[in-house]
Design a protein around this ligand. Structure first.
Ligand code: ADP
Length: 523
């Protein structure tokens, strides 16, 4: 891939050389041009000065040797004498109208004389001079006024300046050759200078590329004291710092690796310990589950075995009460009554425990079918009415939603409702009200119906509410109504076996509300 820094550098170099070349070329050209024009000016001034002095000499001699313009012969003689100078090409004296009064040397091969029209010379003052160059000839016009009549004539001298031109072109060639040499030399110096300038930059570019690709470059040699040198110095310092940082990072990395290895080892050790603990716990759990099963079996068998003799005892007691063994005295009747009550309580406890062990052992089958809620409510109320009337309580059934068809095991849900209503009867003082209601609701991913039993009884404290569904939980003030403490635990298990849930809300002294849900749909 092309290195962008190198590319930028070579582009800078190209542009610098081109720019400096243009500047150098222009400078050499302008200097050469000004030297040539100065030399030309200088040489021409020299030529003009000479022409001026010759023309002044002629003018003075004319003024001295002639009295009038008619003295043509004397003028011709003077002209001829001037023509003896080989650089004088022609020497004429012209009248006002431009006609030739006298002519010195006559060299027809010289071609045209008098390159300026006389009209351009009218404004010349007496003695005034005008120079004019055409080809290799420098013409001098001088106005002459002499004689008492103040006659005016025009002196025209033509000087050969071909030699001057040769010298000028020689000078021009010489300067051009020198300029070329200066230009070439300048070009070489320029290339060397630009190279010298860009070489450290190129080294820097290489160094930056190395740093970029993660290598550690050697320090770059610093030449001189310019900006590039200080930049190179800064770069070297940066490499040095970078090396030190890299070493530190490597050291830290090694330290971290060591720490990670140590921690990994410690973790592995802890993990092994955990695995061991886990397997011990698993074993203990299995043993516990086995024991629990044994306990359930034992309870199941024991309670079942207790039921038969209890029924026999109860039967005998009933017979005794009914006078099977003769008339009983009042104290004997009292004893029998109390014993019967205890037997019944024990019987209730045994059936509750049997139910619980059956549920725990998964031996209580839930046989669900679709039927209306009102059907079970009516059956339960039918069973409970004598108890409710005995305690002078009012029972309200809110018929709204009672015709909802739900999917449940009738006997089990009757068991739940009986339990809740008998609790309500138990814990509601005379004159109180018990209300049974139904409310459909959307729960999780299925629709349910919530059945609630509300009373205006003694209520349950906030702390007790959290464990009334535990087995053998009997809360509230001691010595209240008798019970086994298993009813709500059994209700909870039955409701959960239907996929529903049960909860209680209560205000102490005001009453309680027990609600449970059963699914409406069969999924
Ligand atoms: P128990 O056979 O003792 O009634 P439960 O499991 O049915 O056992 O009830 C547990 C306890 O919850 C009860 O002892 C009672 O203290 C409290 N409880 C249950 N229902 C009510 C209610 N309707 N009003 C007040 N307390 C109640």
């Amino acid at each position: 891939m092309r290195n962008p820094l190198r590319w930028i550098l070579s582009s800078i170099r190209r542009k610098a050389i081109m720019g400096l070349l243009v500047v150098l070329l222009s400078a050499v050209f302008l200097i050469g041009l000004s030297i040539v024009s100065q030399a030309r000016r200088f040489i021409m001034i020299e030529a003009e000065r000479r022409a001026a002095s010759v023309s002044l000499f002629v003018a003075n001699n004319l003024a001295a040797s002639t009295r009038s313009p008619e003295d043509v012969e004397a003028i011709v003689v003077l002209m001829d004498s001037i023509c003896a100078d080989p650089s004088v090409l022609y020497a004429d004296v012209l009248n006002d109208d431009g006609s030739v009064l006298a002519s010195g040397c006559s060299r027809p091969e010289l071609g045209r004389r008098r390159s300026l029209p006389l009209s351009e010379l009218y404004d010349l003052a007496a003695g005034g001079v005008r120079y004019h160059v055409y080809g290799d000839v420098l013409e001098v016009y001088r106005k002459l006024v002499f004689g008492e009549e103040r006659n005016s004539l025009m002196l025209l001298l033509g000087f050969d300046i071909s030699e001057v031109r040769t010298i000028l072109s020689k000078i021009t060639r010489l300067i051009a050759a020198n300029a070329l040499a200066v230009y070439v030399l300048g070009l070489l110096v320029l290339i060397v200078a630009v190279n010298r300038l860009t070489e450290p930059l190129e080294n820097l570019t290489g160094g930056i590329k190395d740093v970029g690709s993660g290598r550690s470059p050697e320090p770059i040699a610093v030449h001189g004291y310019d900006e590039v040198a200080s930049l190179t110095g800064a770069f070297n310092q940066m490499i040095h710092d970078l090396d030190r940082t890299r070493e530190e990072v490597e050291r830290y990395q090694k330290h971290l690796e060591r720490m990670v290895a140590e921690r990994t080892e410690a973790l592995n050790r802890a993990n092994a310990e955990l695995v061991e603990i886990n397997s011990t716990l698993k074993e203990a759990n299995e043993k516990l589950m086995e024991l629990d099963k044994l306990k359930s079996n034992f309870l199941g068998i024991a309670t079942h075995e207790l039921k038969t003799p209890l029924a026999v005892v109860e039967g005998y007691l009933e017979s005794l009460k009914d006078g099977y063994a003769g008339e009983l005295t009042d104290p004997q009747q009292g004893v029998i009554r109390e014993t019967l009550l205890s037997c019944r309580r024990m019987g209730a406890l045994i059936s509750d425990m049997l139910d619980l062990t059956k549920i725990e052992a998964g031996r209580m089958p839930i046989e669900r079918e679709s039927q209306t809620v009102i059907k079970v409510v009516e059956r339960v109320v039918g069973q409970m009415i004598p108890l409710i009337q005995k305690k002078k309580l009012t029972l309200d059934i809110e018929e709204r939603n009672m015709n909802t068809v739900a999917f449940f095991d009738e006997d089990r849900i009757i068991q739940v409702l009986v339990n809740l209503i008998s609790n309500a009867v138990k814990f509601t003082p005379e004159g109180g009200t018990i209300t049974v209601s139904a409310e459909p609701l959307e729960e999780d991913d299925f629709s349910s119906i919530a059945l609630a039993v509300k009373d205006t009884g003694i209520g349950i404290s906030r702390e007790d509410l959290s464990h009334i569904f535990d087995e053998f939980a009997q809360v509230g003030p001691p010595g209240k109504e008798e019970g086994t403490g298993l009813g709500l635990a059994i209700c909870k298990r039955i409701v959960e076996a239907h996929g529903g849930r049960i909860w209680a809300e209560s205000v102490l002294g005001k009453g309680s509300r027990f609600t449970f849900t059963i699914p409406i749909t069969s999924n």
